[in-house]
Design a protein around this ligand. Structure first.
Ligand code: MV4
Length: 447
């Protein structure tokens, strides 16, 4: 096992990784930007290194600075967390060429699943359902139009290297297809320096259901069930839960088997996520795979009783998975609410600033993953996630009531947060019934 790990991240996930390391007897090195000098995770680490000024590109995204910090502190491995360099195949390769273990999949596997068009082709070759669409990438707007007319509108044009909803356009007719193609291509070129596009039938009002995967370096791959992440706004997830409230056992088994198949064929190792769309007729389609620990991983931890960050570290250290698929059991219901420093009344505008009194909820069934504290200043340099409240109860109804109680307790003075909006959603009849889809929040907030 490693004796010392550097965490190439900040905020709640840096704290989360440090916690896992401490319990494993691994020393930690935390890095920080000048803006984060007062961050709480620095107090929990064994050593800290300032890696540069506030902008991410000259600190948390700066590969030479992070590698230098790793070499100075003599760590054996780097945990990238999520975001920043977590899915950068070049970073994974640089780490390994410097003799530092990257806690994540190989650069090759990151590259493969990072190209959504290739991942789609991989799924197709394995017989995993994909959304009807282009066989390969698109080669000009006129050919794209032919394909769209062939499968029928509406369609969605996606950037092969896309993420966070960028480089994506829905088209309902010939004209919007041509315009959408050109807009998606320009956006993809600017955002990803790669304008490769592909096209799919647009599934209306799907649920977003993703399976958690663990894969060791001996080829053992298991899944840890699913998360329903349908409640999002502009591609930012707001509430996630496990299990998906409408998934029956046989469908769960099929989707889980397909998720494992994809991870295995991709040569994937570590913790990863296989995303599906589930349409109103309960037909499912593979859409993409994420090569990182995700923000919403705690709901899977609560229902399986596993520590996903420890599993990542053990896999990177070359250990074999102890669990077989049949050993994975699921207990109860877990829900996560993401709390952002944003003002829902001002179109979710970021609400940075100094926090006054801060007191997190607690009590039975409540877990809070956060880096904020009384007197802490939320910076506008980084994303606006300030806390994750996770509950775990026997039934979905009691989990919802527990979450409402926990959010009600959460004191965060001085800034605007999304807590009141989350409370509204938790009280909404459709949410309580589990009848949600990816359009729910936009619909709910336009009326
Ligand atoms: C789709 C889709 C419908 N049909 N693909 C969103 C992000 C990325 N992970 C894939 N996404 C979607 N892919 C097909 N073929 C719907 C989404 C989607 C979405 C699309 C537009 C606006 C909001 C959305 C929220 C969640 C998912």
């Amino acid at each position: 096992m490693f004796s010392r790990i550097l965490i190439a991240n900040r905020g709640e996930i840096a704290l989360r990784v440090i916690r896992a390391c401490k319990e494993m007897g691994i020393e930690t090195v935390a890095v920080y930007s000048e803006r984060d000098a007062d961050a709480i995770y620095l107090r929990y680490a064994d050593e800290t290194v300032c890696i540069g000024p506030s902008p991410s590109h000259s600190s948390y995204l700066d590969i030479p600075r992070i590698i230098s910090a790793a070499e100075i502190t003599d760590v054996e491995a780097i945990h990238p967390g999520y975001g920043f360099l977590a899915e950068n195949p070049h970073f994974a390769e640089v780490c390994r060429s410097c003799g530092i273990e990257f806690i994540g999949p190989s650069g090759e596997a990151i590259k493969l699943v990072g190209d959504k068009s290739r991942a789609r082709e991989l799924a197709r070759s394995l017989g995993v359902p994909i959304v009807p669409g282009s066989k390969n990438t698109l080669d000009g707007e006129n050919k794209a139009l032919k394909i769209a007319q062939g499968i029928g509108f509406p369609v969605i044009i996606k950037a092969a290297m896309g993420g966070g909803g960028r480089g994506m356009r829905v088209a309902h007719n010939d004209i919007s297809l041509i315009n959408g193609y050109l807009a998606a291509r320009a956006e993809a070129a600017a955002a990803f320096n790669d304008s490769t596009l592909y096209l799919e039938k647009y599934i209306e009002r799907p649920r977003h259901v993703e399976f958690q995967i663990l894969a060791d370096r001996e080829g053992n791959v298991i899944h840890l069930g699913e998360r329903d992440c349908s409640l999002q706004r502009r591609h930012q997830k707001l509430i996630e839960e496990s299990p998906c409230p409408i998934l029956e056992e046989d469908l769960r088994r099929k989707m889980g088997d397909d998720a494992v198949k994809i991870a295995r064929a991709a040569g994937y190792t570590g913790a990863g996520t296989v995303e599906f769309l589930l349409d109103p007729d309960l037909k499912y389609y593979f859409i993409e795979m994420n090569a990182r620990i995700q923000v919403e991983h705690p709901v899977t931890e609560m229902v399986t009783g596993l520590d996903l960050v420890k599993e990542q570290i053990k896999i990177a250290a070359g250990q074999k998975l102890k669990l077989k698929q049949e050993d994975v059991t699921f207990d109860g219901v877990s829900i996560e609410c993401r709390i952002n420093a944003e003002d829902p009344a001002e179109n979710f505008k970021p609400s940075p600033g100094k926090i006054g009194v801060c007191f997190p909820p607690g009590g039975i069934g409540v877990r809070v993953d956060t880096h904020i504290y009384s007197g802490f200043t939320i910076s506008s340099h980084y994303d606006s996630l300030i806390a994750k409240v996770i509950v775990h109860r026997k039934t979905r109804g009691s989990a919802i009531r527990c979450m409402r109680r926990a959010l009600d307790e959460f004191v965060i003075e001085g800034i605007k947060t999304t807590i009141p909006m989350l409370q509204d959603v938790l009280s909404h009849l459709h949410f309580i019934r589990g009848e949600v889809n990816t359009g729910f929040i936009e619909e709910y907030f336009s009326t």
